[in-house]
Design a protein around this ligand. Structure first.
Ligand SMILES: Cc1ncc(COP(=O)(O)O)c(C=O)c1O
Length: 378
């Protein structure tokens, strides 16, 4: 059994998450990686590759493609052809490539907010306009009427995040079918970022990959996936775009070649090992995350209504409402209290904070005690 209670000392290891608060006592629960040692099958595959010792230009092998295809067929009921896959060093660069490939300056890209910040700035960086359609605040579900009202002749893409970062919902089959219908009626490309699809915490939920909804929407969509979040290998840069339509795929690849780097050998080795041998570790980490989420929910309940959250159905991110906390600048006060969360403002919604609970229980407890102290003073 994996010991997820073990906290690796990531200080001075070049960790983005920990270095933000270098030489301070602030517990970093912000950027989405986990404070867990990754699955042993991944380290073993990397060691084997390192011992071979040749690190030339690399691409996904037939075996690597087949491993991914088998995994997504078993887990998500899609069966891509290898030629429909394009391996990338990340998904943020994929979001940018999508916006560049399918918009002209002045076109519009719609996304449901609050949202992982690159969804807001990838269209703008590509010369397009981001149009925000707010999720319903009572349950964080999409309002399809609001979506229809936001569509104009200039709308070329909908960027969907399913499961959703930061609110943690899994879009239902009905919601996706409605979304697909809207895209097909309006000739809008649907880009579905499914990087969190293997992190379903609520056992009553299932992930529906957009390409399973219908052949028509499969032909008008881009599905983005990666082993990075699930197996904690984001620093190795290995992601996949699944684009069944030949013309869309050609345009996308044209926007990638020469503009973003090729995938690196060790990322591919790690990704293949994760999809082939990482299932036992994934199941274990999910159980640990469920316990952390449950602890966090209990904690929130005891804070006299100063903070609230809805239960995340997926991801290891909790979206917490601090608007009744009495703190006029929650990020600042929480950092002063020794906890670093992500500021909701960056996701398009002020007054909320995102807490990453993928860490050993002892660290989470320490952070919760600090948040509690901070709220007592507010
Ligand atoms: C929805 C979503 N897409 C993409 C990413 C990051 O992708 P990458 O690190 O592969 O660029 C994240 C990271 O948190 C994410 O939550």
């Amino acid at each position: 059994m994996t010991n997820f209670d073990y906290l690796p000392d990531r200080q001075n290891t070049g960790s983005y998450k920990w270095d933000k608060y270098k030489n301070t006592d602030i517990i970093p629960l912000w950027v989405a990686d986990m404070d867990f040692v990754s699955a042993p099958c991944i380290s073993e595959a990397i060691i084997e590759s390192a011992q071979f010792g040749v690190f030339g230009y690399s691409e996904a092998t037939d075996r690597c493609n087949q491993t991914f295809i088998d995994y997504v067929h078993e887990h998500h009921q899609i069966k891509p052809e290898a030629r429909e896959l394009f391996w990338l060093p990340g998904l943020v660069c994929a979001l940018h490539a999508v916006c560049r490939a399918y918009t002209q300056p002045g076109d519009e890209v719609i996304t449901f907010t609050p949202i992982y910040p690159p969804f807001l700035y990838a269209p703008v960086n590509s010369g397009a306009k981001t149009v925000q359609v707010p999720l319903n605040e009572n349950d964080w579900r999409p309002d399809m009427q609001k979506l229809r009202e936001a569509i104009t002749k200039k709308t070329k893409i909908i960027l969907l995040c399913n499961p959703h970062n930061p609110v943690g919902i899994c879009f239902s089959k009905e919601e996706l079918a409605e979304l697909a219908k809207i895209c097909l009626e309006n000739n809008i490309i649907l880009c579905s970022d499914e990087v969190h699809c293997d992190l379903i915490l609520d056992k009553k939920q299932v992930h529906h990959s957009i390409a399973t909804i219908s052949d028509e929407i499969a032909q008008q969509s881009i599905t983005l996936m990666a082993p990075s979040k699930t197996w904690n290998i984001a620093g190795l840069g290995c992601s996949i775009a699944y684009i069944p339509n030949d013309s869309l795929r050609r345009k996308f690849i044209r926007e990638c070649r020469g503009k973003i780097p090729e995938t690196n050998l060790l990322g591919l080795v790690a990704g293949e090992a994760a999809y082939r041998d990482g299932e036992p570790w994934r199941l274990e980490v999910l159980d640990y995350l469920r316990e952390n989420l449950s602890r966090l929910e209990d904690f929130v309940q005891t804070q006299q209504g100063k903070i609230t959250m809805i239960k995340a159905e997926a991801t290891y991110l909790a979206w917490i409402d601090f608007r009744k906390s009495g703190l006029n600048n929650p990020p600042k006060y929480l950092e002063a209290a020794g906890v670093g969360l992500s500021d909701g403002k960056d996701f398009g919604l002020d007054g909320f904070m995102r807490l990453n609970f993928a860490c050993p229980k002892s660290l989470l407890e320490k952070a919760l005690a600090r948040i509690s102290d901070c709220l007592k003073e507010s």
